[in-house]
Design a protein around this ligand. Structure first.
Ligand code: 3PG
Ligand code: CO
Length: 545
């Protein structure tokens, strides 16, 4: 994995720093755009003073099935880190189902065999067509296949989305699905929704930010402990009248009959966690798999056949049983740098920590070289982020400035979570504040990088804060009869900025790339560090002056 020295690009005399402004895209519209609305004098100046190009960050440019698919942090950071586009989970699962490959695998055989020996087959996962963590069509296909293969009892544990899809769209998924289940149900096939709740309340924590979410999910899905309802529809409508929260924040619920939960998970059952994306799948998978488990009091561990839709962590091989082979993302930028003796520093706050480490390194949780790599996690607040839109951006900058000034690192990368995490709340004012907080960080950081004779790349993994209002099919802002807008919590299809900031560049942006995307950044970083990029990396964004 030795990299050749570049014949065209002298190594940057100072550090190269990639700054990912998570969820900060470039929208063609004005209204609902928190990025444009915010007062961001530093970012505005950088974008007009230095070379800048938009990068594609959604759809096929990041390995999604189609250009209708928005980008997300997993595929975005995979593309940054791998320098190439890999077919991603959403696409691989859809293909595996379409070809029938999924049903031939050992993992599917194991779960079906367990269920046919008298166990119940449970499906647990994010219940929407967001295609970021999961897709409801994959669930349908598995239900139909299970029925066809003679499974007799199935229970569904549904995590309500409202974050990758409309903020109050849960019933648009639940109601038609109940009808569909009625069609599917028969004397021999007993299928029902057994539990659920908002994805930001139960089960889908990530990076160990808040294990209590997983504990609540465990109690709801596995132990059947929680507020009881007759149906998911009833749970959702009841909670909506009692609480003023959007779908992702709805509390957990248990479906019960005569006071008894209808779908506890017990010895001899099979469980399929049907999310393909790993960050929010790892903790619940650990709870199902680890014999010695300390994060919360789990109670007796039921002896179940557990399968993930994919393997979520390549380093720890979690979970060991999975339905679809994940993309084999090899020879990442991080690995090349480690093998070529280049020191690296990666930093973010908890909510995005794994994005600049695990996703960046091709869904591996470990390091390539302990002596050359430093990973820093600033603990995130555990609060609704609209209440603290600055999040930990100042603390991250403090640490990053220290790392740059130490002179110890050649390549540094940072993710600022604000544009995305606050964007997901749907709160426009908070998203504006988030952007203004970020701008202050850039004002602090960029002079330090330039003083160290370094180069900064300012970019983003996908859009979010750039569109805070729902749009109609024609791309105009949706308004109700009173002219009110509807908050949009999900990512956008917009491109993201790529701004190259350095004092005396000996290069310029390439002009012959038609639609550059996130995967072009890794080769650019290698060139800035004075290396040739590997032949199969997507083209660098720079050329000599
Ligand atoms: C989430 O997991 O928070 C959203 O589904 C996607 O957001 P991310 O891709 O920016 O992490
Ligand atoms: Co996001």
């Amino acid at each position: 994995m030795k990299l050749a020295k570049s014949s065209q690009f002298p190594p940057c005399p100072g550090p190269v720093v990639t700054i990912v402004l998570d969820g900060v895209g470039i929208s063609p519209r004005e209204d609902g755009d928190a990025v444009k609305t915010a007062r961001t004098p530093t970012l505005d100046k950088l974008m007009t003073t230095y070379p800048m190009t938009p990068l594609r960050a959604h759809g096929t440019a990041v390995g999604m099935p189609s250009d209708e698919d928005m980008g997300n942090s997993e595929v975005g950071h995979n593309a940054f880190g791998a320098g190439r586009v890999f077919a991603q989970g959403a696409k691989l699962v859809a293909e595996s189902i379409a070809s029938g490959h999924l049903w031939q695998g050992k993992a599917w055989h194991d779960v079906v065999a367990t269920a046919k020996q008298g166990g119940c087959l449970h499906f647990l996962g994010l219940f929407s067509d967001g295609n970021v963590h999961s897709h409801i069509d994959h669930l349908r296909a598995m239900l139909e296949q299970a029925k066809q293969e003679g499974v007799s009892k199935v229970r569904l544990h549904i995590l309500l989305d409202g974050r990758d899809v409309g903020e109050t769209s849960a019933l648009d998924y639940v109601d038609p699905f109940e009808e569909y289940l009625t069609q599917l149900r028969s004397e021999q096939f007993d299928v029902a929704i057994a539990s659920g709740g908002g994805r930001m309340t139960i089960t889908m924590d990530r990076y160990e930010a808040d294990w209590s979410m997983v504990e609540r999910g465990w109690d709801i899905h596995v132990r059947g402990l929680g507020r009881q309802f007759a149906s998911a529809h009833e749970a959702i409508t009841t909670y909506r009248t009692e609480l003023n929260v959007i779908d992702q924040d709805l509390p957990g619920f248990v479906i019960a009959k005569d006071g008894q939960a209808i779908g506890k998970i017990v010895d001899g059952d099979a469980v399929v966690f049907f999310n393909f994306r790993g960050d929010r799948a790892i903790e619940i998978s650990r709870a199902f798999i680890e014999e010695q488990f300390t994060p919360f009091a789990r109670g007796p561990l039921p002896n179940v056949t557990y399968a993930g839709m994919m393997q979520y962590d390549g380093d720890t091989q979690l979970p060991p049983r999975f339905l679809v082979e994940p993309p084999t993302i090899d020879r990442t930028l991080g690995e090349y740098l480690a093998k070529n003796g280049v020191s690296q520093y990666a930093i973010s706050e908890t909510q995005k920590y794994g994005h600049v480490t695990y996703f960046w390194n091709g869904n591996r949780s470990g390091k390539f070289d302990e002596t050359l790599e430093t990973y820093v996690e600033i603990p995130s607040d555990v609060v609704p982020f609209e209440q603290r839109p600055w999040m930990k951006c100042a603390e991250i900058t403090d640490a990053l400035i220290g790392a740059i000034r130490s002179g110890q690192y050649r390549y540094l990368r940072v993710n600022y979570a604000n544009g995305d995490m606050v964007g997901h709340t749907g709160n426009f004012e908070a998203a504006v504040t988030a952007m203004q907080g970020l701008d202050i960080q850039l004002a602090r950081l960029i002079p330090v990088i330039l003083a160290a004779q370094g180069t900064a790349i300012i970019t983003a993994d996908h859009g979010n804060a750039d569109e805070m209002f729902e749009l109609d099919k024609k791309g105009a802002v949706k308004r109700d009869a009173e002219g009110r807008t509807k908050a949009k919590t999900s990512h956008t299809l917009n491109p993201v900025p790529f701004v190259l900031v350095s004092a005396n560049p000996s290069y310029q942006l390439r002009t012959n790339l038609t639609t550059p995307g996130l995967s072009n950044v890794a080769a650019t970083v290698l060139n800035l560090l004075g290396f040739e990029a590997p032949d199969d990396y997507d083209a660098s964004l720079i050329q000599p002056l």
